[in-house]
Design a protein around this ligand. Structure first.
Ligand SMILES: Nc1ncnc2c1ncn2[C@@H]1O[C@H](COP(=O)(O)OP(=O)(O)O)[C@@H](O)[C@H]1O
Ligand SMILES: [Mg+2]
Length: 405
């Protein structure tokens, strides 16, 4: 998409000239005749870059730039200041106001074009960088309880850590009655509850590091509050901030979600790159899956964002897979079999099978699923120092390919 540039000048002729020059390079231009108009426009639809004339009545370019720098949504927009003055003092004043570049009038059109290009290129490089470092976020969800959401979320988080050799985070979003810490047999020293009294703007990564629990696998866990009363104090705004802070620091975030559409649940669903929606082969579960799917559709989530996981969480005969697929009009390629002993005892002893029994059929299946739900770019190349888990996954894939040929 073409970069969007805002030009601010009280002289209409200057505006026209600059617009013409930059439109030639394919940018999308908007213009404002004074600082107030510019702030309103920029707030409404933030440009990728702003060009400000210095000499304007009411609010000059320096002041406009300084005001942009005070506004959280405008502060990182690159600014070029244009002025007829060119003393060192004037330049310094521009940089003091927070400008990124400075151009004295009259200037050659090619010079303006070149400077715009350079600033936009820096911006792009920065965006690419943050893109790469942002966590891959997987939400495990079901509108109906008891279908294995926490079981899968726990195994996924520990499995990501083990597969890629880097700490991933299990975020227990079941604020009222979450059990993730228990499932990993972690003493609950700190929880979401400790974040409740802290103002959102004061939260930072260091604080989260202190509040998260550390599992022996390296996996970090943000545990649910001890008391349901504290759960109310975790607002949507807080949840969004916590996700932002964690995604900047860790490679994988796994959300263990409660069975509702509360604002904090929605914050995690929105942020997620993938939603694994679990269901079991019985009527009530299939119906709530259908309901959740229609909510996702209304929320505008792309179809690829949601993946159905059929979990055989009971022993007796269930609905045939084909019937469920017809009812939901979706394929169910992923099935977790009934494995009561392994899963239940794993919960009782607080050791997820993915760590405790990787050589069993269940452990292998979970490990393959962890790989399957890993970040797509990361899967494209072999890691420099592949973990044992990665080697097991690769070996099984090799065998499957051989058997199929
Ligand atoms: N594939 C399975 N086979 C046997 N039991 C399962 C399976 N998946 C889940 N369970 C059991 O179902 C119960 C609910 O699991 P849990 O992960 O707490 O569900 P949720 O978080 O959706 O409420 C647990 O007792 C768990 O042991
Ligand atoms: Mg649960």
């Amino acid at each position: 998409m073409a970069a969007h540039i805002l030009i601010v000048d009280d002289n209409e002729l200057n505006l026209k000239l600059a617009t013409k020059v930059l439109e030639r390079d394919g940018y999308q231009i908007s213009t404002a005749l004074n600082g107030f108009q510019a702030l309103a426009l920029a707030t409404d639809s933030p440009p990728d870059l702003a060009i400000l004339d210095v000499m304007m009545p009411d609010m000059d370019g320096y002041e406009l730039c300084a005001r942009m720098r005070e506004n959280p949504s405008l502060k990182s927009i690159p600014v070029i200041i244009l002025t007829a003055l060119s003393s060192v003092d004037d330049r310094l004043k521009a940089f003091d106001a927070g400008a990124d570049d400075f151009l004295s009038k009259p200037f050659a059109p090619a010079e303006l074009q070149a400077r715009v290009k350079v600033l936009l290129r820096h911006l792009e490089a920065r965006a690419e960088k943050t893109e790469i470092h942002k966590a891959h976020k997987v939400a495990v969800y079901s509108l109906r309880g008891g279908v294995g959401v926490s079981t899968l979320a726990t195994n996924l988080a520990a499995g990501m850590t083990q597969l890629w050799g880097k700490e991933s985070v299990l975020v227990d979003m079941a604020l009222v009655n979450g059990q993730s810490a228990l499932m990993l047999d972690l003493p609950i020293r700190n929880t979401w509850g400790d974040l409740a009294p802290i103002p959102t703007e004061e939260m930072d990564t260091e604080l989260l590091e202190q509040v998260m629990l550390r599992h022996s696998s390296g996996t970090r866990v943000l545990a649910a509050p001890r008391s349901a009363i504290n759960a109310d104090l975790i607002t949507e705004e807080k949840a969004v901030r916590v996700i932002e802070l964690l995604e900047a620091r860790y490679p994988y975030l796994i959300f263990d979600l409660p069975h509702d559409f509360s604002p904090t649940t929605l914050a995690a669903l929105d942020a997620a790159d993938k939603i694994l929606m679990m269901l079991s082969p019985e009527m009530a579960s299939v119906r709530s899956a259908g309901m959740a799917l229609s909510v996702f559709e209304e929320l505008g989530y792309p179809e690829e964002k949601i993946e159905l996981v059929l979990n055989w969480n009971f022993q007796s005969q269930g609905l045939p897979r084909g019937e469920i697929e017809t009812a939901l009009k979706r394929k169910l390629p992923i099935v977790i079999p009934y494995v009561a002993d392994a899963i239940v005892s794993a919960i009782t002893i607080g050791k997820p099978p993915i760590l405790n029994a990787p050589e069993t059929a269940l452990g292998a299946l979970l490990e393959d699923l962890v790989y399957y739900w890993s970040e797509p770019e990361q899967k494209k190349k072999k890691p420099e120092n592949p973990t044992e888990a990665w080697q097991r996954v690769a070996e099984r894939a090799r065998k499957r390919a051989k058997a199929a040929s």
